[in-house]
Each structure stands twice: as structure tokens, then as C-alpha cells.
Design a protein around this ligand. Structure first.
Ligand code: ADP
Ligand code: MG
Length: 611
């Protein structure tokens, strides 16, 4: 007798279940896909006991007649694939014909279904892989699939399930992702009879993204296409604004040709495209839809089809980077015109800027700062005067870069060049401005930090961060670790604008410092930069600016920027606004905090019950 035997169908199903049915969420995923493949526009999911007691999915799709109900629970029975020629360009979500029999082999499965052209429906019950009962039953058009006692016959699998809360989280994730893939269908989720999710269909992609992420803020639209119709590739969707407090639900969801996937390469491309916009441990959030020729992707890598493979991964990566970077720029232009566009109204209709008498005095480079204020303009260093150069005064200047707020010209019409009317400074930190019935509040530190960062980043990419020679070089003692770091990253340190020379064993002489931070203590800055080079994020060879350098640029920008607590003269505020207007990116600081908040007059009127 031969030792090799064909597996019984029951065992084959159980093995398949091991791949397809990992946890309750994977059952939900398969059932949602089946409903959508059946053309459902309304899908309701009910869960009890974290999915182990009950998973019920009800749809208004095409339904099945008695023959099809019985076939659907047979292994390799599918209505979606007839011959192998269809395999390369499969349009349905399922096609293996494995899901229902696999699920049925590890649970109690009931299918109740009625197609449009039948008066009654069919109810079939499978218990742990064996057909238990089939009979006619009344039901609405569509299909109801119920799974009870999941893994009831496989205690080992059941033990591996996490808490009901964790399983529910995964179920919600599946529904959210599928809801993004099918924006026209309505999805709902009830857990132990309580409504948890309600995603009405038909509102379009943007509304679906808002619903899925529960997000009211403005979104960053992504819409980028390359190539022709046949070999084209497109990335569309919406990113959430960077937000330090992003939660688990606020993450990046990627769909490739309509299929939710996990893909590190695309994710990396998004992070790369957002470089300088999203920082310090923040992860991107939003929903992106990548569309490309089906032959360019192999979806068949993972049984649950979450992972995919690209034929030309490098090209796709580059495309994603470009698409996201373009979206960020477009978004900045939109905010820029919202804030800074010159209003169409005739000049005399624009309210005159309201300044105090002191503020109205002629503004010039040499005007002495008002009592208690810190000069940002005029001084030789052009930086807040409280930060006095300690060891290297005076500096011989070969600066290529104008100091941040130096030489403010008396503005002609105070509101004209920005389209904004400056009201004044609040709490020595916020610039209050007015424009077209809106109050615009700007965080002066965050704004200036972003401007400085953009400038540093640009200069770094041109390999041209201006250095400033010190008239009196500063010597500094370094410990062995610092010496080692300096040796290793010497080229980077030089690129940042430092000129450091050996002077004996552990002494180094600083002859030049980055111009932007030339008002700070050179030795302290060098030591700080060496320290952060040691602890900086791991380098990513694909990044435009190595993350460790980016990190340094951001901290240099932060140090160089005007601080909270600095009182600014009107001319300095206007200069900051002008620089903001001209900065490539300005809506968020390099750490992702917002720079600008806009309040509509109507909202303010509501505070006072005027409307
Ligand atoms: P696959 O989806 O890979 O074809 P399944 O085991 O998931 O395999 O489903 C088997 C078949 O049962 C499907 O091809 C489809 O014809 C039918 N079916 C499953 N669920 C539904 C449903 N909700 N509505 C209509 N038909 C369904
Ligand atoms: Mg299926």
C-alpha cells in the first residue's frame, strides 16, 4: 500500500484555514470581500465576544440560490475565476474559493441568502466542516453569513487569540480599510449591540477619509499622475496634517489598485516625500490610493493578500516620493494664498492697520528698540540681542546670508505686501493679523523656526551653509568620545558651516561657525552638535537629507529662531510675515506643530452670541 495519500477535503480545509483564518478580523475581511464582490452597497457587521462568539455580516448584494449556497462551501468553488487567463488581471477581491470552506472547517457557519429573482432564500449550516442542515427560509435580498464559536474545534488556535479588545481593534481596522477601498458602499459595525462605526457611502473619497480618520481639519490632497493611459501610474488620496498627538487610528493606509495593503516601500516613499514636514518620531497619516497596471503588481504573495510585490519597486518608490512632495508644496501654496493673497477689494476698503503711536514712528535700521524689547533688526548680528556672543566678539563677517530680520525697510503700506493687516503681538509670542473677516494667529517662534529650517535645508542641499569666520578662534577640549565623533563625522560638521582644526591631542580650535547661529557660544554649539550626531536617528541611505543631519538642521533652526517671549516691533513682525510669505514651506514648524491658526469672524461672533 502506498504511503502517500491525498488529504481528505476536511483536513485540506483546516490547513487552508490556518492561512486564511488567522483571527476574527481575517474572517471579517473575507466576508466583506465576498459581499463587495456580490455588488453589495450596504454591509452591516455585528460582533459579539470579540468575534469568537459571533461574527455576522449582512449585505444587500446579489445573493445566491440553493445550488450556489451549497457550492460556496465547497473547496475551490468560486464564481470569480473561470480559467487561468483571468488570473493576471483579477478584478474581484476573492478568487481562490477557499474562504467559506476554510472558515466553515473551524467554526459553526450559517449562510442565509436570497438572489433577486427568488421568492425565498436558502439557509445552510456547516458545523466544523460538515454540512449540518439545508432548508428554505425567508429572508431579504442579499446574504447573511454568521460565524459562531470560531476555533471551537481548534483550542490551540483559540488560545492564541488576544483579548477581545485587541481582536476588535483588528476588526475595526479591516472595516476602515475596506471602507476606504469601497467609498460608495455603506459600512456599519455593532459590537455587543452597540454601534461602533457608521460609515455612510456615497459622499466621495474625501468624506470617507474624514469619516474613517474622524478628522475635521483640512486635509492635504494628493493627486499625481505619470505615464500614459496604458502604463500610467497615479497616486491620489488625502494626508492628514502633521499632528504630534496622532493616535493609532491615524495612520497611513495604503491601497494598491483598490486593495488595502501593507507595504514598507510605499510607506517609505511617503515619509521621504514628507521630509522636513514631518519630524521626530511622527508617522504619516492618511489614505493613499496607488493605481498602476495590474501586470506591474503581484498580489498573490500573501494568502491574506496584504502584502504585494512590485515589478519595478524603485520606480514606484521614486514616484511616490515625488507625488507626496508635490502635494505638500501645492498645499503650502493654497495656505499661502489663503493668508497672503492681496485681497481683490479696492485699497480704500481695506481697513487701515491699527498701531499704537509708538509703532507708527518711522521704522528704520537704527531706531532704538522700545524698552523691554529685543532687537531683531539692525544689530550687527541681526539676532535677538539677549543672546550675546560670548567668546568671539566681534565677528568678522563674510556672511552670504542676510540676517533674519536685518535691515527692515519702512514698509510702504503696512498691509500691502502680505495682504495681511497686522493687529499686533499677543503674549510676546503670537502675531495677530486680520484678513477678509478672519483672525489669523501666528506662532512667531514656530514660524521663524520653519523659515530658518527651510533656509538651512536649502543651503545644505547646495552644500553651501554659510559659515562665519571667528575673529578670535575659540579652543575647546573634547573628550575621547567627542573626538571620535568629530573624526567620524568631520565632513558633516564642515558642511554645516563649522571650521574646526586640530590643536594638540584633545584640543580643537573653532575658526568658523554656521552664520545662522553665530550669536551663540561656538564651543557649546559644537559640543551639542557632536552629542546629537551620536544620538541622532539611524541613517537612511535613500533619504535626500540624511536623518541625522536633518535632525541637526532642525535644532539649529530652533536655536536661531526668535523665541517665545521676545517682544517684536511692528517692523519686525512685518518682516517675519514677509519671510513666511516667501518661505517654500511655512504652515508647520519642522517638528510638525502648526504655525498658523485661522479663526473665522463667524466663529468669534458665536462666542458672543451675536449670531
Ligand atoms: P472566493 O471569494 O475566493 O470565490 P469564497 O469561499 O469566499 O471564495 O466564496 C465562494 C463563492 O461563494 C464566491 O465565489 C461567491 O460566488 C459566493 N459568495 C460568497 N459570499 C457571498 C455573498 N455575500 N454574496 C453572494 N455570493 C457569495
Ligand atoms: Mg471570498
Amino acid at each position: 500500500m502506498s504511503r502517500i495519500r491525498i488529504l481528505s477535503e476536511h483536513i485540506a480545509n483546516q490547513i487552508a484555514a490556518g492561512e486564511v483564518v488567522e483571527r476574527p478580523a481575517s474572517v471579517v475581511k473575507e466576508l466583506l470581500e465576498n459581499s463587495l464582490d456580490a455588488g453589495a452597497t450596504r454591509i452591516a457587521v455585528q460582533i459579539e465576544g470579540g468575534g469568537t462568539r459571533l461574527i455576522r455580516v449582512m449585505d444587500n448584494g446579489a445573493g445566491m440560490d440553493e445550488d450556489d449556497v451549497l457550492l460556496s462551501i465547497e473547496r475551490h468553488a468560486t464564481s470569480k475565476l473561470r480559467d487561468e487567463s483571468q488570473l493576471a488581471a483579477i478584478a474581484t477581491l476573492g478568487f481562490r474559493g477557499e474562504a467559506l470552506p476554510s472558515i466553515g472547517s473551524v467554526a459553526r457557519l450559517t449562510i442565509l441568502s436570497r438572489p433577486r429573482d427568488r421568492e425565498t432564500g436558502t439557509r445552510a449550516e456547516v458545523r466544523y466542516g460538515r454540512l449540518h442542515a439545508v432548508h428554505e427560509d425567508g429572508c431579504a435580498r442579499g446574504t447573511i453569513v454568521e460565524i459562531r464559536s470560531l476555533f471551537g474545534n481548534v483550542p490551540a488556535r483559540r488560545k492564541f487569540l488576544k483579548s477581545a479588545r485587541t481582536e476588535l481593534y483588528h476588526i475595526e481596522e479591516v472595516i476602515r480599510n475596506q471602507a476606504l477601498a469601497s467609498v460608495d458602499a455603506a459600512f456599519s459595525l455593532q459590537v455587543d449591540n452597540r454601534p461602533i462605526l457608521d460609515l455612510p457611502g456615497g459622499g466621495g473619497v474625501e468624506q470617507r477619509v474624514r469619516d474613517v480618520f474622524r478628522c475635521q481639519d483640512s486635509l492635504l490632497p494628493v493627486d499625481f499622475t505619470a505615464g500614459d493611459e496604458e502604463n500610467g501610474i497615479s497616486l491620489r488620496g488625502y494626508l492628514l496634517q502633521p499632528d504630534a498627538s496622532s493616535s493609532r487610528t491615524n495612520r497611513l493606509r495604503i491601497l494598491v489598485n483598490g486593495r488595502p495593503v501593507r507595504d514598507r516601500m510605499i510607506r517609505h516613499g511617503v515619509v521621504e516625500g514628507l521630509q522636513g514636514f514631518l519630524m521626530k518620531g511622527q508617522s504619516p497619516a492618511g489614505a493613499l490610493f496607488l493605481q498602476l497596471a495590474p501586470a506591474e503588481v503581484d498580489v498573490n504573495v500573501h494568502p491574506a493578500k496584504l502584502e504585494i510585490r512590485f515589478r519595478s519597486a524603485q520606480a514606484v518608490h521614486g514616484f511616490v516620493v515625488q507625488a507626496v512632495a508635490t502635494a505638500i508644496r501645492a498645499y503650502q501654496e493654497e495656505v499661502r494664498s489663503e493668508i497672503f493673497s492681496i485681497p481683490a477689494a479696492a485699497p480704500e476698503q481695506t481697513p487701515a492697520p491699527v498701531f499704537t503711536a509708538e509703532a507708527r514712528r518711522p521704522l528704520s535700521v537704527s531706531s532704538p528698540p522700545a524698552a523691554g524689547s529685543v532687537p531683531m533688526s539692525g544689530g550687527p548680528v541681526g539676532m535677538p540681542g539677549s543672546m550675546v556672543r560670548r567668546s568671539a566678539e566681534p565677528a568678522a563677517s563674510f556672511r552670504h546670508d542676510p540676517a533674519p530680520f536685518a535691515a527692515v525697510k519702512p514698509p510702504a503700506g503696512l498691509a500691502d505686501f502680505t495682504g495681511l493687516t497686522l493687529i499686533g503681538q499677543f503674549a510676546k509670542l503670537y502675531l495677530l493679523c486680520e484678513k477678509d473677516d478672519r483672525l489669523i494667529v501666528i506662532d512667531q517662534h514656530a514660524a521663524h523656526e520653519r523659515i530658518m529650517y527651510q533656509r538651512l535645508r536649502r543651503d545644505y542641499l547646495r552644500r553651501d551653509i554659510p559659515g562665519q569666520n571667528l575673529m578670535f578662534p575659540v579652543s575647546v577640549e573634547l573628550d575621547p568620545r567627542q573626538l571620535e565623533t568629530l573624526k567620524r563625522y568631520g565632513a558633516d560638521v564642515a558642511l554645516l558651516g563649522f571650521a574646526v582644526e586640530d590643536f594638540g591631542e584633545s584640543t580643537r580650535v573653532i575658526k568658523a561657525v554656521p552664520a545662522l547661529i553665530s550669536h551663540l557660544d561656538p564651543a557649546e554649539m559644537l559640543v551639542e552638535i557632536l552629542a546629537s550626531l551620536c544620538s541622532a536617528p539611524r541613517d537612511d541611505p535613500a533619504a535626500v537629507v540624511p536623518p541625522r543631519i536633518d535632525h541637526l538642521l532642525a535644532s539649529m533652526a530652533c536655536k536661531a529662531a526668535v523665541k517665545a517671549g521676545n517682544r517684536l516691533a511692528p517692523a519686525e513682525m512685518l518682516e517675519l510675515l514677509r519671510q513666511m510669505k516667501e518661505s517654500e514651506l511655512f504652515s508647520h514648524c519642522p517638528h510638525g506643530r502648526p504655525v498658523v491658526k485661522i479663526f473665522a469672524k463667524q466663529d468669534i461672533e458665536k462666542w458672543f452670541y451675536r449670531i
